[in-house]
Design a protein around this ligand. Sequence first.
Ligand code: RB5
Length: 144
Amino acid sequence: MIYIGNDHGGLELKNEVLQYIKNDLKLDITDMGCYDNSSVDYPDYAEAVCAKVLENKATGILICGTGIGISIAANKINGIRCALCHESYSAEMTKRHNDANVLALGGRVTGPELAKSIVKAFLISEFEGGRHQKRVEKITKLEK
Ligand code: RB5
């Protein structure tokens, strides 16, 4: 399962990405809001999506205007490794090397077609383990 959340700055891109994941990738996704243009606080959506990610060992996608605030908020939560990506190479590598469980995008930064390629790269890539395992474990230690 994939959980997606956004603030007002990420609403338009969220709607594009949501349709792409449902209709083109044919994957299950739950939209945790927000659902309209009213001004909201991105940490609330980071918190809601990340709780689902941790509870269900799932994948999250978070979108705010720049992707920065929502990724900072997400990375405060133990067990969350959130990567803000602007191109698909980083999206692939953050899965393969960092075992990222949440992808962040900037709705006012990244256009819909580029965002779709980033999302696809993130969703189809897998953690490689091996030498990267102990590095991820060291990140987890920093949470303590
Ligand atoms: C909201 O205006 C904006 O600050 C937010 O979407 C995000 O860009 C914060 O990092």
